[in-house]
Design a protein around this ligand. Structure first.
Ligand code: HEM
Length: 463
């Protein structure tokens, strides 16, 4: 038992526990540590201490905003290199965070998100059209198309920018630069800083990628300033809105930081969620049958409206269960508010030192058998049905993060997930390209299914 009551695996001189985490399979490594050392574990890697929490009881304590705040650590800490004090990467109480948060909260609210529905629908129908045109013989790379959908959707709905990803075979350069930036941020977070310093060509690429993301966003902003519109989108909220508390406007750098933030945070996670949901719809024919039956009953053959989305209760349960099993932003970091005295959790058992970061491992917390029972690994939408969902223990299901630092784009993401599922069910019968496909998980910063291909066969009523 190590200092503070927190178990720590034996380590190597100087490097400490460096080899306990495989950077390309970090979540798997954290599950292994949980199995070997229990729900809280300490690693010391080249002198830097990391604590991971993997059960609901301890996580519930971390979510108490009187005792803990967000810590900008791990991959998110590295992403600050590109997005500075944008919403995701801001330290607690940074001034620009407060101004941006208060200015943008209404713009991301349920009502405004409903206003964005027509443009979201526009992009979603491009995806459906693509699948219909290419025919049922050609395999669909689900995650690539989901990424095209979510990227084009956030760029158009939030900023009036058309990336036109469905009109080109190649991925938009923004996505290439962004994925490399995210991947390298993850690797940097998992290797000692001195090692990074010697990786000259990777470093050059990393900073070039950041430069591209910033230049691209700056250009979008310039175009908007040169061509003002009456649109009620996020970019206009940033350019014209004022903080209701201070009356301040967001400054130029903060707008660019947040444009990058929305384009980055606003599509990877949702695309991953769509990918995992589709995987389970294909995997379980009975679930797929119920999804199609619900769409046929609630909507039939007509155009889907924004009001329909909340009526699709079974699909909503499937989406909740998907994000339980695969919270696509899988780790969030906390640190104690008390910067002088140690903070004790776990009924006096574990001591967290001031300024110490604690990593909450959501995929493990979402599979705590104390909350979910013995079948934690099974995809069971019925456990997320209305009524049961609301009765879950506090903080048992947290794919969108915690408290004041939780996801501002939740309503937007939810509409995307439900809409694309409903449209696919209305239009196609889906089947795996390879019936023996075993789910593989890509874990760069977010979680995504890997090598997942399917066929979409148009439903008879569309012939
Ligand atoms: C924050 C998850 C979609 C924008 C977060 C956090 C999580 C999360 C866990 C907290 C991060 C932390 O504590 O470090 C997700 C998931 C999504 C999703 C699972 C999709 C299924 C979106 C979308 C947008 C967005 C579509 C933008 C339109 C943000 C922003 C924050 C955030 C700006 C930072 C909020 C703040 O700290 O003020 N998200 N997100 N997210 N998300 Fe999302």
């Amino acid at each position: 038992m190590a200092e503070g009551g927190i178990p720590q695996p034996p380590g190597w001189p100087i490097l400490g526990n460096l080899f306990e985490i495989n950077p390309s399979q970090a979540i798997k490594s954290l599950f292994r540590l949980r199995d070997n050392y229990g729900p809280i574990c300490k690693l010391v890697i080249v002198g830097i201490t990391r604590i991971s929490v993997t059960n609901h009881e301890l996580f519930d304590e971390l979510c108490d905003e009187h005792r803990f705040v967000k810590s900008v650590s791990g991959p998110v800490g590295q992403m600050r290199n590109g997005a500075n004090d944008g919403l995701v990467t801001a330290h607690p109480n940074e001034e620009n965070w407060g101004v941006a948060h208060r200015t943008l909260l209404p713009a991301f609210g349920e009502l405004h998100v409903q206003d964005m529905f027509d443009e979201m629908y526009d992009i979603a129908s491009q995806l459906i059209l693509k699948w219909a045109r290419q025919g049922s013989e050609k395999p669909i790379n689900v995650i690539e198309d989901a990424t095209r959908f979510t990227l084009d959707s956030i760029a158009l709905s939030a900023m009036g920018a058309r990336f036109n990803s469905f009109y080109s075979e190649d991925t938009h350069p923004f996505v290439t630069h962004m994925l490399r930036f995210l991947g390298e941020s993850n690797l940097r977070a998992n290797r000692p800083a001195f090692a990074t310093k010697f990786m000259w060509s990777r470093e050059r690429q990393y900073w070039d990628d950041i430069k591209y993301l910033r230049t691209f966003s700056k250009q979008l902003l310039r175009e908007r300033r040169q061509n003002p519109t009456e649109r009620t989108d996020i970019l206009n909220a940033m350019v014209n809105g004022r903080d209701p508390k201070t009356g301040e406007k967001m400054n130029e750098e903060s707008i660019i930081d947040n444009m990058i933030t929305f384009l980055v945070a606003g599509h990877e996670t949702t695309a991953g969620a769509i990918g995992f949901l589709f995987y389970h719809l294909l995997k379980d024919p009975e679930v797929w049958r119920q999804v199609q039956e619900e769409v046929d009953q609630v909507i039939g053959n007509r155009r889907i409206t924004v009001e329909d989305l909340s009526k699709l209760r079974y699909i909503n349960s499937c989406a909740r269960e998907t994000l339980r099993l695969y919270p696509t932003a899988p780790v969030i970091f906390f640190k104690p508010i008390d910067r002088v005295h140690p903070t004790v959790i776990g009924q006096g058992r574990y001591t967290i030192m001031p300024r110490q970061s604690v990593m909450a491992v959501l995929p493990a917390i979402h599979k705590d058998p104390e909350v979910w029972g013995d079948d934690v690994d099974d995809f069971r939408p019925d456990r997320m049905s209305d009524g049961k969902f609301e009765s879950l223990p506090k903080n048992a299901w947290k794919p969108f993060g915690n408290g004041s630092r939780s996801c501002i784009g939740r309503a937007f993401a939810w509409n995307e997930i439900i809409l694309i599922t409903a449209l696919a069910a209305q239009s196609f019968n889906l089947k795996f390209k390879d019936e023996n496909y075993e789910l593989e998980i890509d874990n760069i910063v977010t979680l995504r299914p890997k090598n997942f291909f399917m066929h979409a066969v148009p439903r008879p009523h569309l012939d």
